[in-house]
Design a binder for this molecule. Structure first.
Ligand code: IVH
Length: 707
């Protein structure tokens, strides 16, 4: 896309603009540099400037365009953010119907596909292009005169919804692309809009904080996001896109070429055609600035090599930053594609190879209501055991009353269950067509299933709550949360022991963890000397856990692990929060009014303070040790990323160590990364890092030495 020379030039120009603001005569140059940095960040995943520097350049352009509105262009980087869409999206026709793909599930299916293709073309061996099958929302884009003019959802394949403004929020989709360099006047291209696994996780965490049900998978998140009426909100969803197919184009001379019409022969000569194979089209898209599967695809001859590549890809499926649900195998030569043609449903020159399903159907046999540590009463669907991607699922949270209504779930229903990657399984839908009429409506309880007190629902909230703070279920759940892995990480404790000790009145609240009657416990079945020793030392060790873990462990509403870290970093010791106002709290990073009010309320509550003083007296660390030892700034601003399995140190501990010495953890490999620490079985990140020679690649041992 950008030559070495252009890269050097644009980098230099950006540095100049960063030193001295751009002049109005440089407005085009400024736009070009912003487009270049968008490409480096969103398409090449290899940014050359920091986010703040990008923002600085962007603001310069915004300012110049505000001062000179006549100079604003349609494809300016500032024009991604459009006005709010008021009406629902208009329906438009695709230039060529968006067909589906035939599916295959095993080697035999692929061998059969290859046999038919060879028979129909009369060839002995066929060249295929194999690429990932991206699991997102399908879109088609039209570029006319090098400008993005339309973006449409797949819809029913013939017609879709026009979502151009929202498509413009996807930063890896260029607003303009030099198709004319390839003799193309108008092009319709297809692809998939995705939400990365990381963004999806973040999105669901936010939903949970808001008390809203999470989405089942990144695919639903992506397609839902494309239909949001406010483009600014769409932009916040950090959507990405892969473009993998040119379905139609007209040449500058006005000749038409499409999936349905001939690619060569009488229609267009080989000389005039910008590409004659699928892999060439991917390369052109890549060179034009699109994120096409140029790096992910493989061109191979013969079906055996296709099968090998598909299998190899399935193994690394979980390591990819986005979801794929299989591979797509395409006959590479476009003339052969024409020869094979298509059915009304799918092309005969392509087939999808589907990976092991992460979906399954089962029967929803009942519903239990659990009381959480905040008193929220959550319905949990009991399922007939179903195996999905190596895990047996027997129960799934169904969140709240509205969720049950919206999904129309009933006891006795057959339901479709999905486990997307490492995401908690979700019910996608109930299969209402196979109902027998004996299914039962799910009734919500009026009283707490544990303490029987009346349940309440706050206005604007979706959750029913037990507000009796002495409710046993809440106390037990609070203790379970306190000892859990991400909180105080007291090993050998676990939920079952908390319940057992509570029932035996050995535990009554959080501080009592630290004065457990071990003599009594030693009389219990299953508690030999060794297990008691282990438990005792785990409890003792937990007293030294860093402050952010204690804050998270307290289970303050809306305070997740990230917020707990922000809070811990803001104080010298936990009692400093007693004197902080809601405004003080709101001044901290990413803490809004709702979270601030909750934290403020927690530290104004005498019962909570009493618990904290008891914990202090029992010897728990209440201080932000980081703040007091942060003089070790040896790694000042150096960035680290860990990949592969660590054997000598836990990843969490290693990351903490880096931060303790003033270093930073980053989430991806880019030129901003200083150190990649490589454990066992490192994969894609290592490969990527090898290509950037400024990154120091070090082993776990070397890392420990450095520390
Ligand atoms: S090619 C005419 N390539 O999978 C052929 N499709 O299940 C056009 N998909 O409707 C499709 N990744 O939305 C193609 N690399 C890829 C794909 C891909 C995902 C989607 C596409 C299609 C669906 C079929």
């Amino acid at each position: 896309m950008y030559s070495v020379q252009q890269t050097k030039h644009l980098e230099k120009v950006s540095r100049d603009f960063l030193k001295k603001d751009a002049n109005v005569k440089d407005i085009d140059e400024l736009r070009n540099t912003l487009r270049f940095h968008e490409y480096r960040y969103y398409v090449a995943s290899d940014p050359l400037i920091s986010d703040t520097e990008y923002d600085q350049l962007y603001k310069q352009l915004e300012k110049l365009e505000k001062e000179h509105p006549e100079l604003v262009t349609k494809n300016s980087p500032t024009q991604r953010v459009g006005s709010t869409i008021n009406s629902s999206f208009p329906t438009v026709q695709h230039l060529v119907p968006m067909l589906s793909l035939d599916n295959s599930y095993n080697e035999e299916d692929l061998i059969d596909f290859d046999r038919k293709a060879r028979e129909n073309t009369g060839l002995e061996i066929i060249e295929y292009c194999v690429e990932p099958k991206f699991d997102g929302a399908s879109i088609s884009l039209i570029y006319e005169d090098d400008e993005l003019s339309r973006g449409v959802t797949r819809g029913n394949g013939v017609e879709g919804e026009e979502i151009t403004t929202n498509i413009k929020q996807v930063r890896s989709i260029p607003l303009s692309a030099k198709f004319s360099d390839y003799n193309i006047h108008l092009a319709e291209i297809r692809g998939e809009v995705l939400m990365s696994k990381k963004s999806f996780k973040k999105y669901n965490e936010l939903m949970e904080q808001e008390g809203l049900p999470p989405l089942a998978n990144p695919r639903n998140a992506a397609s839902g996001s494309l239909r949001i009426k406010d483009p600014k909100l769409v932009a916040k969803r950090s959507l990405e896109a892969f473009l993998y197919h040119v379905s139609y184009y007209t040449t500058l001379e006005g000749k038409k070429v499409s999936d349905e019409k001939n690619h060569s022969k009488e229609n267009i000569s080989k000389k005039e055609a910008p590409f004659t194979s699928h892999s060439e089209s991917l390369k052109i898209l890549w060179d034009l600035g699109f994120r096409s599967p140029e790096k992910e695809k493989k061109v191979v001859k013969g079906i055996d090599k296709v099968i090998d590549y598909c299998k190899a890809y399935e193994v690394k499926r979980d390591e990819l930053p986005y979801e794929i649900d299989g591979m797509v195998i395409k006959v590479n030569d476009l003339v052969l594609q024409d020869k094979l043609g298509m059915t009304s449903h799918h092309p005969r020159w392509a087939i999808a190879f589907k990976f092991k399903a992460r979906q399954g159907t089962t029967v929803l046999s009942g519903v239990e209501f659990n009381v959480g540590r905040t008193g929220a009463v959550t319905p949990v669907a009991k399922l007939e055991p179903v195996h999905i991607g190596g895990v047996t699922v027997t129960s799934i949270s169904i969140h709240n009353e509205e969720y049950i209504k919206e999904k129309d779930l009933r006891i006795g229903d057959t339901v479709l269950v999905e486990r997307a990657g490492d995401v908690i399984p979700q019910i996608v839908k109930s299969l209402t067509d196979v109902r027998t009429g004996n299914e039962k409506i799910i009734h919500y309880p009026k009283n707490c299933p544990v303490c029987k007190s009346e349940l309440f629902k706050e206005e604007g909230e979706a959750v029913w709550r037990c507000i009796n703070i002495e409710c046993e279920a809440q106390v037990v759940e609070k203790i379970i949360h306190f000892v859990s892995k991400d909180a105080m990480d007291i090993k050998h404790f676990g939920g079952a022991n908390v319940v057992k000790f509570y029932d035996l009145k050995l535990l009554k609240d959080i501080p009592s963890i630290y004065s457990l009657g071990f003599e009594k416990i030693s009389e219990l079945e299953g508690f030999g000397k060794k297990s008691i020793d282990n438990l005792q030392s785990a409890i003792e060790d937990s007293k030294q856990q860093p402050l952010h873990r204690l804050i998270y462990a307290l289970g303050i509403r809306f305070v997740g692990e990230t917020t707990a870290k922000t809070l811990a970093n803001a104080v010298k010791e936990i009692f400093d929060f007693e004197t902080m106002s809601i405004e003080d709290l709101q001044n901290l990073e990413d803490i809004g009014i709702k979270v601030a009010t909750s934290i403020y309320g927690f530290f104004k509550n005498d019962d909570n303070l009493k618990i904290l003083h008891r914990l202090q007296a029992l010897g728990l660390n209440m201080k932000n040790t980081k703040k007091q030892t942060s003089t070790t700034n040896t790694l000042h601003e150096q960035t680290f990323l860990f990949t592969g399995t660590m054997n000598k140190i836990k990843r969490n501990d290693a990351e903490e160590l880096v931060e303790k010495h003033g270093g930073k953890i980053v989430s991806g490999v880019s030129s901003k990364l200083n150190y990649l620490v490589v454990g066992e079985d490192a994969g894609g990140k290592l490969e990527k890092a090898k290509k950037i020679n400024t990154i120091k690649i070090i082993s776990e041992e070397e890392f420990l030495e450095l520390m």
